[in-house]
Design a protein around this ligand. Structure first.
Ligand SMILES: C[S@@+](CC[C@H](N)C(=O)[O-])C[C@H]1O[C@@H](n2cnc3c(N)ncnc32)[C@H](O)[C@@H]1O
Length: 298
């Protein structure tokens, strides 16, 4: 199993304060790194804690269950349907909710999932294997203008037009089925001197595809609204993002919530990784944590 180091661990615990005990929802369980720490802190403080771990990826849940066993409850699903927790009477409110969004290292490191341009695999990228749209669907069927728009808005790829055109020309002759194949077409659009630069030229396009396949921004908007509603008085919602678009969405929603007077921002600026964490875990470099607390009624 891939090693996964939870990002902003200390900072997330400072926001969520699991040592209070209570009902917590880890809406992006992944390999359970943050949840493991929540359990440890509650145990140390001798406070009972109940954690519901959600992930849309059933393989993530399997891995997490191997680590955490019966210490938590597991649910496969999208956090855009968080209200189901209340509807199905699993919980009435949550004292803490965590969303550590985006892709996990084990998903990237498993070539068969199709997230990686470094290791060849099927062009998939679905976190939920039952999802109807895969990366192959997008590159083989979407009209050119939609591919351009996706590459620009989700990947900030300045060669969006050139890449989209090359994709459309190539699929007329042969459909895309593998990640290496698509990566090769993307690299060819770069000037030869830029092809070996870091980050890898396919990084932005693959990120854009992943966000589109999993409708990540829509889920974030929907999930965040429901999470805010589910918080108990004093409950905290903590969100870790890895992309400026996502952070902007969280920032604006949290600002509107705090303007309503019902919630309090735990910090005005996002919390970012320390230099030490950045060196130890390069993935943390783009991570931003924002947290908000549900205030008692005056
Ligand atoms: C960055 S990892 C989480 C890592 C976790 N905090 C840990 O410490 O191991 C993100 C996980 O969230 C899941 N995920 C992303 N978007 C989701 C969504 N909308 N609903 C449910 N799970 C989601 C992914 O499948 C992935 O396993």
């Amino acid at each position: 199993m891939a090693e996964h180091t939870p990002v902003l661990l200390e900072e997330t615990m400072n926001a969520l304060r699991p040592e209070r005990g209570g009902v917590f929802v880890d809406a992006t369980l992944g390999l359970g790194g943050h949840t493991l720490e929540m359990i440890a802190r509650a145990e140390e403080a001798k406070q009972p804690i109940r954690i519901i771990g959600i992930d849309q990826d059933p393989y993530a849940l399997e891995f997490a269950e191997e680590r955490l066993g019966e210490k938590i409850e597991y649910l496969q699903g999208n956090f855009a349907e968080l209200f189901q927790l209340r509807k199905k009477k699993i919980i009435t409110a949550a004292d803490g909710i965590l969303m550590d969004i985006g892709v996990s290292s084990y998903q990237i490191d498993t070539p068969e999932r199709g997230f990686s341009f470094m290791k060849n695999g099927p062009l998939d990228m679905r976190m939920d294997p039952d999802g109807t749209v895969s990366a192959a669907t997008i590159v083989n069927t979407w009209p050119e203008h939609r591919i351009i728009e996706m590459l620009l808005s989700y990947g900030e790829e300045r060669l969006a037009k050139k890449i989209a055109h090359a994709i459309v020309e190539r699929r007329k002759k042969q459909r895309f089925t593998e990640t290496a194949d698509l990566a090769a077409v993307i690299i060819e659009q770069y000037h030869p001197t830029a092809r070996h630069k870091k980050p890898h030229p396919a990084t932005r396009s693959f990120q854009a595809l992943r966000i589109a396949v999993n409708r990540e921004l829509d889920s974030l908007v929907e999930g965040m609204d429901q999470a805010l509603e589910l918080l108990s008085t004093g409950g905290v919602l903590a969100i870790i993002t890895f992309h400026s678009l996502e952070d902007r969405i969280v920032k604006q929603r949290f600002r509107a919530a705090s303007d309503s007077g019902e919630y309090e921002l735990l910090s005005k600026k996002p919390v970012v990784a320390s230099r030490t964490e950045e060196v130890a875990n390069p993935r943390s470099r783009s991570a931003k944590l924002r947290a908000i607390r549900h205030l008692p009624k005056p």
